[in-house]
Design a protein around this ligand. Structure first.
Ligand code: SF4
Length: 115
């Protein structure tokens, strides 16, 4: 049975537990965000030397067909045999650009149809 003095103590205790939970949640979110930033890889820039040499474009529809006669509409990184992400992934790795990611809708002159 509760006495009149126990109820306010329980309310304070409950409020304190809520504050601790909220703080733990905030700390957890901050830690998760930091971890995601640490694992996120840099995207290949079209201006990188290797990208320029291979005619890489972040958006395959922007490929200059006059300069890249091998390009055919519909070819994108996500359908390339070297793409290291899921077919539906927005970005993934490519061994030609070690340590970086290419866009799934990107393209370069080394494109080869995924078998
Ligand atoms: S080799 Fe394939 S996956 Fe890599 S950049 Fe070129 S088209 Fe994209």
């Amino acid at each position: 049975m509760k006495t009149q003095t126990q109820a306010p103590i329980q309310i304070l205790h409950s409020a304190s537990r809520r504050r601790v939970f909220m703080l733990q949640t905030l700390v957890g979110c901050a830690a998760t965000g930091t971890a995601l930033q640490a694992t996120a890889q840099t995207m290949v820039a079209e201006g990188d030397a290797q990208a320029t040499a291979l005619g890489y474009k972040a958006d395959a529809t922007k490929v200059d067909k006059a300069k890249q006669p091998k390009y055919a509409a519909g070819q994108v990184c996500s359908t390339c045999t070297l793409f290291q992400g899921a077919a539906s992934a927005a970005a993934g790795g490519c061994p030609l650009f070690a340590g970086k990611q290419v866009f799934g809708k990107g393209w370069c002159s080394a494109w080869a149809k995924k078998g």
